[in-house]
Design a protein around this ligand. Structure first.
Ligand code: C2E
Ligand code: MG
Ligand code: MG
Length: 919
């Protein structure tokens, strides 16, 4: 780190500071005192000295004056008898000395007014005294002969001298006293000053020592602190830079980041320079920047030096958010108030916590009950139960914690499902079960339960999670739906599904009771006639009456089911031997055969019956049903009210059919199927208009198998859709070849009603036409009348028509369809069933029908083809009645494509009866 020296903000020790401050104050005070005292002493000393000097000078002047005056008096005395008129005592020199002495004396004593007055008096006396002396000298000089000495003059001179001496003496004494006094005072002051100075000196010395000591200590402390600080700084530097936790220092006032360690640079995905250009608040998400400023202000104001800043969100340079745990410390850095922070990245931890929190909230919010149990010593002890658990079971979660896992669910532990799920839990695998459970209050509910082990890092199962839901409602719905799905809404009888379900239950019973079960398969004879003639409502009423009549003849464990449209199955139970069942069936047949009044019409229902018995004819419900069904089919052709018991012959036939179904599958795969083409002769042109494509199966053992035999089998097992597609594609390919020479050719292909059950028949046909490239106009779909009865089929037929294909109704007149259905879809061609053609010349009714169909076709614009024309007589009749096309052995048998082509080019002579011309 090349940043300026940093260090924690160190507070100086208060005692040291106090010492230094005290010492400094004392020193200053002492200096002030010394200065004052000195100043005062100096000042007063100066004044005293001046005074003393004046006093000494005055004293000296006074001594001089005394001496001069004494000397003058002595001189007067010694020269009195020799002197002339002058005394000689006051020569000029003396007078000048005395005068200047007075001058100085006056200056010396100028400050003392009483002395000034005395000097003034003295000076006056000194002035008059020489004159008196001279006067006396003159008296003396004149005395003797003529006059005596004037003693008065002498006396006055003497008095003046005495006065002068007194004043001088008095002044000298005063001055001497003053001098003595001043000397004493000066000495006292000096002594005091000496004492004060010595005390002051001692104090000063002590203070100096203290000051020196204190400053030494401070210097020492500073030196130590410096050493410590530099060491701390070095360590801090090392600590800061190499610390694995992100650390930053920012300016408390500007928030600018001042420095950051390597870990911080990594953590925030930014270089040191980038961080230095960032403010600390910018590290926080924008919406939290304000919080940062507020928090920091609070810390700073509270005087807290450091502590935990808590968990915060920070932003990396790439904008992603991380969670950091902040610790902070206020310090001085580069002479700024700064804050040091460590920001430990706890994102993973926080995310894990968050995920855990979300998961545990999800667990709590889950509508599924969740139990977590811990595996311990072979048992599973519940450690957690969520709110849904309480809601579903009624057990408070806190009461079940600590209990054994399975003890709280209240289900039958011996049930198959319960055992499987317990086993899964014991073996630490996943398992699920539908369990009937009991709540806390004893009420029953259905629980859909799943268990799964929870593994630790080493793969050891430590816990088990159990999730379950109350599915009672669903089960009830299912049961309702199942009941509905198993019930025929018209008769309220079990339908095919219901039959299977109840039959299975009865089989379980019969295995225990060792009883026989008979299935009586009833198919109403000519029910379609009722439906078509009296309408569906009447048909429904008849079905309900039959259901009632049959049901009223059943005993315990016996029931009646509506198997399909007009097919019923009566399940008989435990009536002894087969004969007992046959008797019951006959009674039912008789009961059915009584007249029913429907819409004021009397209808006599009749039914063909097939009977199969368990265990005599089959061992399982499915096979038994097939046996009864095939017996009924055997009874049907016998005539109304036929009854057939399943037997060996039927069994044989069934097995043959089963074998054939198996072989047919192989045939399709092995290419054993082929197409034959039977031409349709135009009675107009004598040429073939086109062909009907007929499938052929060349069986390795059976030889050529008729489609009349194998198509119903293929319809039964669903193989017909594959066969149908194959036939259509082959026919399209062949037609495309013929159409090159004969563009108007129309080749028809038979489409089974079962193929129409497939919703995508239209798209399959479209796809084949596109693939083969045949013109759809050359193709025709042959359907049977039954197809018209389903609305869905009619939509498909319209689709074919739209594509350009034509539609023919095959075997017209042989089915049950009413003319209403024919009207619902106008076919292009009607193929008159060969049974009517066969009746030409034999049955007037057939001839009438043939004529009527030909007339209807012409009127409605549908071409009529007569099928199965074998004789010339038939041909003539048809020509006579205006039939346009024929198909039959008279003209041509179905043949292979190569031979069939000849019919397109070779005309056949047909006698035209009405028109008289021959082709
Ligand atoms: P269909 O569609 O009515 O076909 C006419 C049947 O009558 C053919 O029998 C044909 O050989 C036969 N036939 C034609 N002229 C005469 C005649 O003068 N006298 C007699 N006695 N019979 C004649 P085939 O080929 O045995 O077909 C039988 C039925 O099998 C067809 O009756 C048709 O319903 C069905 N079939 C044939 N091929 C197919 C096919 O590819 N798909 C489907 N779904 N059914 C087919
Ligand atoms: Mg046909
Ligand atoms: Mg036909």
């Amino acid at each position: 780190m090349t940043a300026p020296a940093l260090g924690p903000r160190t507070a100086h020790k208060p005692s040291t500071l106090r010492h230094i401050a005290l010492a400094a104050a004392l020193i200053v005070l002492a200096l002030l005192v010394v200065f004052g005292v000195t100043l005062r002493a100096t000042y007063s000393q100066g004044a005293a000295e001046d005074r003393l000097r004046n006093a000494l000078s005055a004293s000296s002047e006074l001594e001089l004056l005394l001496t001069q005056h004494v000397a003058a008096n002595t001189d007067f005395m010694s020269s009195a008898h020799t002197a002339g008129f002058n005394s000689g005592a006051w020569p000029v020199r003396r007078a000048a000395a005395v005068a200047s002495a007075y001058e100085r004396l006056e200056a010396d004593l100028a400050d003392t007014p009483e002395s000034v007055a005395s000097v003034k008096e003295l000076r006056r006396l000194s002035t008059i005294w020489p004159e008196q002396l001279d006067a006396a000298a003159r008296t003396i000089a004149l005395a003797g002969e003529t006059s005596p000495v004037d003693a008065g003059l002498l006396q006055r001179a003497n008095d003046t001298f005495s006065s002068i001496m007194n004043i001088l003496t008095m002044l000298r004494t005063r001055e001497r006293d003053e001098i003595a006094q001043m000397q004493f005072k000066s000495q006292s002051e000096l002594a005091g000053q000496k004492i004060f100075l010595s005390v002051l000196g001692t104090t000063g010395a002590l203070l100096l020592v203290l000051l020196l000591y204190t400053s030494h200590r401070a210097a020492l402390a500073r030196a130590t602190a410096k050493v410590v600080a530099s060491e701390a700084e070095r360590r801090f530097e090392e600590y800061f830079q190499n610390h694995p936790v992100a650390m930053l220092i920012y300016d408390v006032d500007s928030y600018l980041i001042l420095t950051a360690n390597a870990a911080a640079q990594r953590q925030y995905g930014a270089s040191l320079q980038q961080l230095r250009e960032t403010r600390m608040d910018q590290l926080r998400p924008a919406e939290e920047a304000e919080h940062f400023c507020r928090d920091l202000k609070q810390y700073v104001e509270s005087g807290v030096q450091g502590g935990s800043g808590g968990l915060r969100r920070h932003r990396r340079a790439d904008g992603t958010t991380i969670y950091v745990d902040i610790a902070f410390h206020l310090l001085d850095y580069a002479e700024r108030k700064a804050c040091f922070i460590s920001a430990r990245d706890v994102t993973a931890h926080e995310r894990a916590k968050e995920a855990l929190r979300v998961r545990s909230s999800a667990l709590e919010a889950s509508r599924s009950a969740v139990l977590i149990s811990e595996k311990s010593a072979g048992a599973s002890i519940i450690t957690y139960a969520n709110a849904a658990f309480e809601k579903i079971t009624g057990f408070p979660a806190r009461e079940v914690i600590g209990l054994e896992h399975w003890s709280v669910l209240g289900f039958d532990v011996t049930s198959e499902q319960a055992r499987s799920v317990q086993l899964a839990m014991q073996s630490d695998t996943e398992g699920s079960a539908l369990l009937g459970c009991h709540r806390h209050d004893g009420t029953h509910y259905w629980s859909q339960l799943q268990v799964a082990p929870v593994l630790d890092e080493s793969g050891r199962p430590t816990h088990c999670v159990t999730v379950f839901n109350d599915v009672s409602e669903r089960i009830r719905d299912q049961e309702r739906l199942r009941a509905l799905a198993q019930q025929d809404p018209l008769t309220q009888l079990p339908n095919r599904l219901g039959l299977n379900a109840q039959l299975n239950r009865l089989f379980s019973l019969t295995r225990r009771d060792n009883e026989r079960i008979a299935l009586v398969f009833l198919d109403l004879d000519n029910f379609k006639v009722v439906n078509d003639s009296l309408g569906h409502t009447a048909g429904d009423a008849l079905l309900r009456e039959i259901a009632y009549r049959l049901s009223s003849r059943t005993g315990p464990h016996e029931f009646v089911a509506r198997y399909a449209g007009d097919e019923f199955v009566v399940v008989l139970y435990g009536r002894g031997d087969i004969e007992g069942f046959v008797t019951a069936a006959r009674e039912m047949q008789a009961a059915l055969s009584r007249d029913v009044r429907i819409e004021n019409r009397l209808v006599r229902p009749q039914a063909s019956i097939g009977i199969a018995v368990y265990p005599d004819h089959a061992q399982d419900p499915e096979t038994l049903l097939r046996c009864a069904d095939s017996a009924m089919y055997r009874a049907k052709p016998v005539g109304p009210n036929g009854l057939q018991i399943f037997d060996e012959a039927i069994a044989q036939e069934n097995s043959e059919r089963a074998a054939m179904a198996h072989d047919l599958r192989n045939a399709l795969a092995c290419g054993a199927l082929s197409l034959a083409y039977q031409p349709r002769l135009s009675l107009e042109t004598g040429l073939a208009n086109g062909f009907e494509a007929l499938v052929r199966w060349d069986h390795p053992k059976r030889g050529s198998v008729s489609p009349a035999l194998f198509v119903p089998i293929a319809e039964e097992n669903g193989l017909i859709t594959e066969i149908g597609e194959w036939v259509f594609e082959q026919a399209c390919r062949q037609t495309k070849v013929w159409a090159r020479q004969h563009p108007d050719i129309v080749v028809s292909v038979n489409v089974s009603p079962v193929q129409f059950l497939r919703s995508d028949l239209l798209s399959v046909v479209t796809e084949i036409i596109q693939r083969t490239g045949v013109n759809p106009r050359n193709m025709e779909i042959e359907i049977t009348e039954g197809v018209l009865m389903a609305a869905q089929s009619v939509a498909t037929l319209r689709g074919f028509r739209k594509m350009g294909l034509s539609v023919a109704i095959d075997d017209f007149g042989s089915g049950y369809s009413s003319l209403g259905y024919v009207r619902s879809f106008m076919a292009d061609r009607l193929k008159l069933d060969m049974s009517f053609v066969k009746g030409i010349g034999v049955s007037t009714a057939d001839e009438v029908i043939v004529k009527a169909v030909i007339a209807m076709g012409r009127t409605l614009g549908m071409q009529v083809v007569a099928e199965g024309v074998e004789t010339h007589r038939q041909l003539e009749f048809l020509i006579e009645n205006g039939c346009e096309e024929i198909q039959g052995y008279w003209y041509a048998r179905p043949t292979d494509a190569a031979r069939a082509a000849a019919y397109l080019d070779t005309p056949r002579q047909v006698a035209r009866v009405a028109g008289g011309s021959n082709l």
